[in-house]
Design a protein. Structure first.
Length: 94
């Protein structure tokens, strides 16, 4: 493993850990403020869509399938990789 890869991996791990901690703090604050109410239920329903999209793109099989194809297109044709990424985002979001 090169130093650049190790540094990138460590940065990604730290960012993920900070994201999880801030998510826990957010959920704790909302639960403390709203308790069990219709307002909190509405918030949870509304936040499901962004969480679902994050799950698909960041944690799921989409990442394992998309990243290698994007990198290959980026190496071979540059601009076409971004057209490919835009097409995939439009297709997945509708």
């Amino acid at each position: 493993m090169t130093a650049s890869t190790a540094r990138s991996t460590a940065l990604f791990a730290i960012a993920t850990m900070l994201s999880r901690i801030t998510g826990l703090v957010r959920d704790s604050l909302f639960a403390n403020y709203f308790g069990t109410s219709a307002q909190y239920d509405a918030y949870l329903v509304a936040i499901m869509i962004p969480f679902f999209l994050r799950k698909i793109f960041a944690d799921g099989a989409m990442t394992m399938a998309f990243v290698p194809l994007f990198n290959e297109k980026l190496k071979n044709s540059g601009k076409r990789a971004f057209i490919f990424a835009s097409t995939v985002m439009v297709f997945v979001s509708f």
